[in-house]
Design a protein. Sequence first.
Lengths: 318, 250, 310
Amino acid sequence: MFARALPDRSVLLALGALAAAAVLYLGIGARGDLGFILMFRGSKLLALITVAVAVAVSTVVFQTISNNRILTPSIMGFDALYLLIQTVLVFTLTGVGFAYLDPYSKFALETGLMLAASLLLFGTLLRNSRDLSRMILTGIIFGTLFRSMTSLLNRMIDPSEFSVIQSASFARFNSVNADLTWLAAGITLLVSGWLIRRHRTLDVIALGRETAINLGVNHDREARHLLTLVALLVSVSTALVGPVVFFGLLAAALTYQVAGTWRHVVLLPLSGLIAATILVGAQTLFERVLGFQASVSVVIEALGGLAFLYLILRKASR
Amino acid sequence: MIGIRDLDVSLTGSPVLHDITTTLPAGRLTALVGPNGAGKSTLLATLGRLVAPTRGEVELDGRPLLDYPDRELAQRLSVLRQDAPIGPRLTVEDLVSFGRYPHSRGRLTDLDHARVRHAIDRLDLRAFAGRYLDSLSGGQRQRALIAMVLAQDTDVILLDEPLNNLDLAHARRVMQIAREEADAGRTVVVVLHDLTVAAAYADHVVALKEGRLYAEGPSDEIMTPAVLSSLYDTPVSVATVENRRVVLTV
Amino acid sequence: MTATRLTVFAGLLALALVSVLTGVASLGGDPWLVLVSRLPRTAAAMLAGAGLAVSGVIMQMLVRNRFVEPSTAGTGQSAGFGLVAVTLLYPAAGIWLKMLAAIATALIGTAGFLALVRRLPARDPLLVPLTGIVYGGIIGAATTFLAFERDLIQYIDIWMNGEFSGVMLGRYEYLWIAGALAVLAYLYADRFTIAGIGEDASRNLGLNYRQVMAIGLAIVSVVTAVTVVTVGMIPFVGLVVPNIVSRLLGENLRRTLPVVAASGAGLVLACDILGRLIRFPFEIPVGTVLGVVGAVVFLWLLHVRPRSAR
């Protein structure tokens, strides 16, 4: 069972699918100055893949820590927390020139706060994970609370401006925060690589807290480290495109179906590839073929929501 | 040898164990007994460092548990809780193989594989080795968990009500294995509800009541009508049937 | 117990007074202002609050779960879907048609939720609100999708985030329907209480269970749809108020329904006044204020159990 079977067939297949989606994304409807278009689309492609990998890997790791396949960081309100932190910073630091900071410093400040806040909040929440539904519900309500506080603060900052609030309510895959793309891609690559290297520890943590401790893994410390990385990945994806609630769940659920294994050495790369294929493929279909505006995220979210209901009902029928 | 000194334990803020000091002899089978809510499972979890004491200390061979590196401790002490939930969809063999993790960190050697097979055989699970845990009955799953603990190959084995869900034959098999492990020089601690089983297999008995140490000593001294009746606040008699003590309530 | 009731009703009266006195313009010169804007606004907040709180308690009885209410069961989102759909299909639709569409979709959506809930295991009650929230989210996503492609997105925000600043004489009166239904619900209070005990118990007591379900469903859907169409969705009222009242007074609706209605009215009114004051002279929508207040109380309800039950 612990034999080395890399590279796994499903991983190779997913890699092929992603490559196909990427070619279509770059190629369809490309006219005029090809070099320019490829550059332009290429950086958007990189952003999409970064978001997808960050969301998928953080979801799989989070589900491993929480020992549950219905939970995702965004269902538990991570994205909403990040947006709230962004808004709080604007609200409190406007006077001292926060708005004029360069994007990197802003991102660093926001992410630093995000790591601290999520450890504090979700570290405590996850520790009482006996009563699972209560924990999930708490997370969801925290998400609602953060979102309401964000829009409250936005109204306080600029009571007449209406669009501010709206832009925070769902992801926009076609208006990526381009300043951060390279930094985000770098962070995602590093974090994912480190996580994949730790795949054996993740396998043990997936067995549950007590079993993991029995097998000599310092579960609480590991969970803290992993939670920090999850928060980092969520910061990356939220900073790039905004909140994505159910996409991670969809990607992770598909990954478990396709992978047919519990080994993180397969699960982690596969989840990233599957998520990226879905996102790039859907973006190609909607933007290039169907000519829709910005609704890809809405459709993906709806699908993810359906996946969530399916998982709950299937669990219930057992 | 496991030493317990001045142990207080609280769970989610409410005190469960008070002031427990005792020693569990090395190379023996110790039974933890007592009424519901006496704190047996909590004591076992504390011995297995799954729960941190609020006061006092647990020592393994004279050295506090907390001083052991995680991996070394996992090579010397294993603990199985009741109804340990297993998240991922694993086969029996996968699960039992994880028992070797403290030794080989997931890269299994031939020796590891041999140990895994041996543990599977001892629990009569060979026919189920490739089956997924979620397709097994509660008793089969319980045996797989016990097999994992055996594969871990530790000096100390802590089991919380291992007979849960087991049929007559397999309950007997598990207690025999526990006995064999103790005879081979390992320290085995088992939480037991069935006093007849405790009387038949244990060398040493620790009785808890309302979170306090109520009685302790060799099995013969504790498994008496007088001690048991006051431990459980109900009349208990001990009969001898075919050279074995049988604990009866009236 | 009577002290509790007295406090609630006295508090509501005081709030209404404050509400009439609170606003940008001073009342000194213009009695018209009171008649045209302040009084209607105060009445609207009270009617919506009472209606939603009563809807919440009915829903909790029908689903037999403490943590459901119109905004966590897809009712509000379904009403929004109907509004968007009718606006797209027939842009010239008058308010009556819009309201009928919203009521129809709210009914269908809520019935769908009830059907979904039946398939959930009874042993895990928190799965019900969880399912409802996601179910509502999916309907909301479908609505957003429709609206997005046809540039109706700003309407969604108006419908999904309740606000009373636009309320004036002649533009809120439909909310009286919500108030009337709250009174109607009182006539059925005993039957809802029995339905809340369980289907078997209801049958045993000779209750027409299906009929009670249907009436409850209709009340909840109409109140929610009317609220969404006239002022927008107001979250958490139907959840927070009944839970607190049941902790204080129990759940015999014959006794508690008036208190639930009055407390709901008071809560929405208080949040509306708060929204007028926080960033004076600008206004914060009541939906946003309640999003914060309601979420905090919900979290408290989730984690602090009543003293009697362990």
